[in-house]
Ligand binder design. Structure first.
Ligand SMILES: Cc1cc2nc3c(=O)[nH]c(=O)nc-3n(C[C@H](O)[C@H](O)[C@H](O)COP(=O)(O)OP(=O)(O)OC[C@H]3O[C@@H](n4cnc5c(N)ncnc54)[C@H](O)[C@@H]3O)c2cc1C
Length: 378
């Protein structure tokens, strides 16, 4: 696409976010289910196939567009953005590594909005410590048999297909971890919804257990010895788009707060005319600009093919913490009005806490920065 075509494409995505996602988001926060029509509309815009090659039915766009789409959708609803990007990531991974038969079975449905997908690492006994997973994969004739449970998985409520990470060797052996393509409607697969103190329906959060679920050999996506390394590389992209989502959420909240500050009057003038009121939002703008600059730098590294471990960690830490701090600023600046469901601020506050956990918690990322920023001399 030319620059003008890309801009036109982004403006259609912004319209979709504004006209379709934003009006539905308050209902999702109360537990209303996302309609299939919403996924279909998103797929008509190509949102589940952005990086998938044109040959396989995708749009063949770059990572920068994915990050921009994540930011735009998260400004309206973080959970819906998470849901779409997780389906997209499954389609992308299958397009890169799966057998022809597996690609034929799942990619068309993932791209046209009929199927959703999830990527499952987390378990009861292992979250940040991914190397300790205990989902077992045992060799059987013609394939593998999987047993175990995954929890807190985006899209697990409705996903047809999962990329499941499982241990083929001893627990704790990183080289024993492999990734499998699993049909979540297969016999032996049972799923459950999961909610927090607030609804997680738009992200489709759920758990699933696999009891003697057989997957044929061609459903082995990443062989033992390659899966752990593959996660470490891909996660830089995920960290950066989560950081972009945080920038989108805070930008939307500051938009609402500043409009409110123009209209609401106190002591004979608008809130925005009170210096004490506008300084808090100005500080938020400064910190948001710094987060966006880090995200832009991380995107450039990823697009350029260089190692983005450090910048993606820095971008996610900064954007998450800025969001955690200044969504509260925006809420406070709107007084009681900010609490109303029509506004995004309270939803985004919950989402920022989730952003601090997924794809590497803030503490895990600080460990990365501590190792990489000033490596110990040999
Ligand atoms: C809404 C949502 C969606 C999710 N989607 C997915 C998904 O699609 N797929 C998937 O596989 N997982 C998913 N997750 C799970 C997510 O990846 C985990 O929550 C995350 O890895 C952290 O694991 P944990 O929650 O078990 O926390 P823990 O690992 O138990 O950590 C608890 C706290 O201790 C801190 N901590 C842990 N170890 C250390 C240490 N060594 N030093 C200092 N502090 C430490 C952590 O930073 C955290 O603050 C999702 C979670 C949520 C909430």
């Amino acid at each position: 696409m030319t620059g003008a075509e890309l801009e036109d494409y982004l403006s259609r995505i912004r319209s979709f976010a504004r006209e379709r996602v934003t009006p539905a988001a308050a209902g999702w926060a109360q537990g209303r289910v996302v309609s299939m029509d919403m996924f279909r509309k998103a797929s008509e815009l190509g949102l589940t196939g952005l990086e998938v090659t044109v040959k396989l039915g995708g749009s063949g766009l770059g990572y920068a567009m994915k990050a921009k789409v994540c930011e735009t959708l998260a400004a309206a609803d973080f959970g819906f953005a998470m849901s779409l990007v997780n389906t997209h990531n499954v389609a992308l991974k299958l397009s890169q590594c799966a057998s022809d038969a597996v690609q034929k079975r799942y990619i068309p449905g993932l791209l046209n909005g009929e199927l959703s997908g999830c990527t499952a690492l987390t378990e009861h006994s292992s979250g940040s410590d991914f190397g300790a997973i205990s989902m077992r994969a045992v060799r059987s004739e013609g394939g593998w048999t999987l047993n175990g449970e995954k929890i807190w998985i985006t899209n697990a409520r409705h996903a047809s297909v999962a990329i499941v990470y499982a241990q083929c060797g001893d627990i704790g052996a990183r080289d024993g971890i492999a990734a499998f393509v699993v049909d979540l409607n297969a016999e032996g697969s049972v799923r459950r919804s999961r909610d927090a103190g607030f609804s997680l329906t738009s992200a489709g959060i759920g758990d699933f257990s696999l009891s003697d679920v057989f997957v044929p050999d061609d459903h082995l996506l990443l062989a033992p010895g390659t899966a752990f390394k593959s996660i470490l590389t891909e996660i830089n992209g995920a960290r950066t788009y989560v950081a972009a989502m945080c920038c989108g959420m805070l930008d939307a909240a500051l938009d609402e707060a500043s409009s409110y500050g123009q209209a609401r009057r106190s002591f004979g003038k608008s809130l925005a005319e009170h210096q004490g009121w506008r300084f808090a939002l100005a500080q938020a703008e400064v910190d948001l600009a710094a987060s966006c600059a880090l995200v832009t730098a991380a995107i450039a590294q990823i697009e350029g093919g260089s190692d983005a471990q450090l910048l993606s960690a820095q971008a996610k830490i900064h954007a998450v913490q800025t969001c955690q701090r200044h969504l509260a600023t925006a809420l406070h600046a709107m007084g009681a009005e900010g609490l109303r469901q029509e506004h995004c601020v309270t939803r985004h506050i919950g989402a920022a806490q989730i952003a601090a956990l997924v794809d590497g918690t803030t503490e895990m990322l600080l460990e990365r920065v501590a190792k990489l920023a000033r490596p110990a001399s040999q």
